[in-house]
Design a protein around this ligand. Structure first.
Ligand SMILES: [Zn+2]
Length: 274
């Protein structure tokens, strides 16, 4: 099957970056403006800690006002400690609660989507791990729905593909597809975030036009393009946000997938009906 393509090359994905919230959440938009972002990703708390300190009221108000003025996509990336695939009850419970709290915070801030890694099955196997993640997602969505005011826009949860390795889930599209099918949540509630650098590190030859096209075709057939909420590329451990594929030279994808891959991915993704 060939991927659907736009007839004209007019459509270009919005380009953005992960921007720092150091000094105050609302400062993200000033920083984004300085570098011409059309979409942004932020952390709504420290990504390497469990604690979720309250957001200062002034900062929250300023963020919400700035977000309303910003016409593009605003995403957040969840804490790296979260592991919905964990078998340990304490870690699992903590992960579900932490993700739920972040999702709720995103809703309060007017953020469109929250990206989370599927996690590590820690030796239990892929099938067991995916089932745990699916159950975790359902629990999180239930908790947040129960505590969210009626009529407020839901924050979309986006499961990100990973570079894999060890027991980490999400290195191939098939696993993400299994997860989405198992959860059976509407498109507006659950989707995927595709990191081109993670895909490359996982062995997908996206630095070649044919490899990228095959990956996009597989995506189109399986997960479905309507589920793709965000496209990113990891750069020195961070993510650049949506519209896709701000493919800067990446620490994980050295010379072979450097600038040439960047132009290849942006060009091909721009012409692809996401
Ligand atoms: Zn990520």
């Amino acid at each position: 099957m060939t991927a659907t393509r736009w007839d004209s090359a007019a459509a270009r994905p919005a380009l953005g970056a992960h921007v720092s919230v150091a000094g105050g959440l609302e400062l993200a938009f000033e920083r984004a403006a300085r570098i011409g972002c059309e979409a942004i990703q932020v952390f709504v708390k420290s990504p390497s800690r469990w604690a979720l300190p309250p957001v200062d009221e002034g900062s929250r108000g300023a963020f919400v006002r700035a977000r309303r003025r910003f016409p593009g996509f605003v995403g957040a990336h969840a804490a790296y400690l979260i592991n919905l695939a964990a078998g340990d009850r304490t870690l699992r419970r903590r992960s579900v609660e932490a993700l739920g709290e972040e999702l709720r915070r995103c809703g309060e801030l007017g953020i469109d989507a929250l990206v989370v890694h599927p996690g590590s099955h820690l030796g239990a196997g892929v099938a067991v791990g995916l089932e745990r993640v699916a159950q975790g997602i359902e629990e999180v969505v239930e908790i947040v729905e129960a505590s969210t005011a009626r009529g407020s826009a839901p924050v979309r949860l986006l499961i990100e593909n990973t570079a894999g390795g060890g027991n980490h889930l999400g290195a191939d599209l098939e696993q993400l597809e299994t997860l989405l099918a198992r959860c059976a949540l509407p498109v507006a509630r659950l989707g995927v975030c595709l990191d081109t650098c993670h895909a490359f590190a996982a062995g997908v030859p996206i630095h070649r036009a044919r490899g990228l096209q095959q990956w996009l075709d597989e995506l189109s057939r399986g997960i479905g393009l309507e589920r793709v909420g965000l496209r990113t590329s990891t750069t020195r451990g961070r993510h650049s946000a949506r519209g896709a594929t701000v493919m800067r030279t990446s620490a994980q994808a050295p010379s072979a997938a450097g600038p040439s891959a960047a132009s290849c991915v942006i060009r091909d993704c721009a012409g692809f009906r996401w």
